[in-house]
Ligand binder design. Structure first.
Ligand SMILES: NC(=O)C1=CN([C@@H]2O[C@H](COP(=O)(O)OP(=O)(O)OC[C@H]3O[C@@H](n4cnc5c(N)ncnc54)[C@H](OP(=O)(O)O)[C@@H]3O)[C@@H](O)[C@H]2O)C=CC1
Ligand SMILES: CC(C)CCC[C@@H](C)[C@H]1CC=C2C3=C(CC[C@@]21C)[C@@]1(C)CC[C@H](O)C[C@@H]1CC3
Length: 353
């Protein structure tokens, strides 16, 4: 095997002879220093005051203590909540990765491990979709059944909220693969934000409307219900249209469904859509998602703010998310992204934002 310095690199530390001497001298010096330090005269120069017997040097308890110390440090070293830095370029042009102490609070929140896995079980991917999203639908359903028990039958408002959100979750599961390109999977670690967000926040706060309706029944006539259905349908049409257009384009830009769309070339070889949904605003899928969020709150009436919490939180989340995505796209695409922003100046809401 080639030495890390290469076979013709000059020898350091006095070559093999110097290295052998150091390997004897260093432990001997350490012992000498320790023995001298605990002797009365503590004389550095001169022979050690005494030489301990071998039985003093060997203690199973000390070995255990030492191994426990190493084990603890190894466990901390392997903790996922850490920053990973690249080392210097090696001869074969590769770089090794080294864990570095990061900011523990920030790291705990955002997570440092991008793809925590045990064998093929991917914790982040699993949590992103299944337990939380399906749990949300189950909580909704439980509210609907409890309402039926309490009042004889579920209210129209409860049916709408259940139906709309079931469609949303069903759509996410149907297009499961699309989650692989979201920033949660490609960029964010699996920390508190996603673990808590996926497993607790989604099922319990996303089902707030159904929970509210169980305790605060709302009268809803057919005409208003039809308008709300229309709003949800428009939102879903934009959301699905925009997401499918981008996913189809990213998979195969010459797919006949997207081949005619206008694009901007980028230095990475990838292109940016600049007509169709993605020519309307820079995040048409967010617009559709927000319209649906409005439709989920409307069946709860306008007497309380609580059912609108999702809409408010989601607007804040998407505005922040859009800004993060913008930053990442600017890094990825540079000038081409500037050109895209020039040609499609609005982010989410045409002519407003
Ligand atoms: N209900 C909820 O709580 C949440 C729902 N969502 C929804 O999840 C879905 C996914 O959202 P999200 O992960 O944020 O990101 P997007 O699906 O919006 O993807 C953004 C990426 O799309 C690519 N892109 C951007 N502009 C263009 C363009 N003009 N042409 C081609 N590609 C482009 C870029 O990546 P690249 O170029 O590398 O392909 C960019 O990083 C959305 O529908 C969103 O509404 C999101 C968050 C929370
Ligand atoms: C706890 C915090 C305040 C915020 C946590 C955010 C997470 C709940 C969301 C981050 C991105 C998400 C996505 C979805 C659900 C919510 C979280 C996990 C979807 C799976 C919802 C369905 C869509 O079709 C795809 C979404 C991808 C992003």
């Amino acid at each position: 095997m080639a030495s890390p310095q290469g076979s013709r690199a000059p020898l350091e530390f006095g070559g093999p002879l110097g290295a052998a001497a150091l390997m004897l001298l260093l432990p001997a010096t350490m012992f000498h220093l320790l023995l001298v330090a605990r002797s009365g005269p503590a004389r550095l120069l001169g022979p050690p005051p005494y030489l301990p017997g071998l039985q003093v040097l060997w203690s199973p308890r000390m070995l255990l203590l030492w191994l426990t110390w190493l084990g603890l440090q190894a466990a901390l070293y392997l903790l996922p909540a850490r920053k990973v830095a690249e080392g210097q370029e090696l001869k074969d042009k590769s770089r090794l990765l080294y864990p570095i102490n990061g900011n523990p609070i920030y790291d705990f929140f955002l997570g440092r491990e991008l793809n925590p896995r045990v064998w093929s079980f991917d914790f982040k991917y699993f949590c992103e979709l299944r337990p939380g999203l399906i749990g949300w639908v189950l909580i909704n359903l439980a509210m609907l059944m409890q309402e039926a028990e309490l009042r004889g039958s579920p209210s129209l408002a409860m049916w709408l909220v259940n139906g709309f959100q079931l469609l949303y979750v069903g759509d996410a599961l149907w297009h499961e693969e699309a989650v692989l390109t979201t920033m949660d999977i490609t960029h964010d670690g699996f920390g508190f934000m996603l673990a808590f967000g996926d497993l607790a926040w989604v099922p319990f706060t996303y089902s707030l409307q159904a929970q509210f309706l169980l305790h605060h029944p709302q009268p809803l006539g057919l005409p208003v219900a039809s308008v709300i259905c229309l709003i949800n349908a428009v939102g879903y049409y934009i959301f699905r249209g925009a997401n499918s257009q981008k996913n189809t384009f990213r998979k195969n830009p010459s797919d006949p469904r997207v081949a005619d769309l206008e694009t901007i070339p980028t230095a990475t070889g990838r292109q940016l859509l600049v007509s169709g949904w993605w020519g309307m605003v820079r995040h048409p899928n967010y617009l559709g998602d927000l319209i649906m969020a409005l439709a989920w709150s409307l069946p709860c009436g306008v007497s309380h703010l609580l059912p609108y919490f999702y809409l408010l939180y989601f607007t804040a989340l998407l505005v922040h998310r859009e800004a993060r995505d913008e930053q990442q796209c600017l890094q990825k695409y540079g000038l081409a992204w500037h050109e895209y922003c020039r040609r499609v100046p609005y982010r989410i809401l045409p002519y407003i934002y």
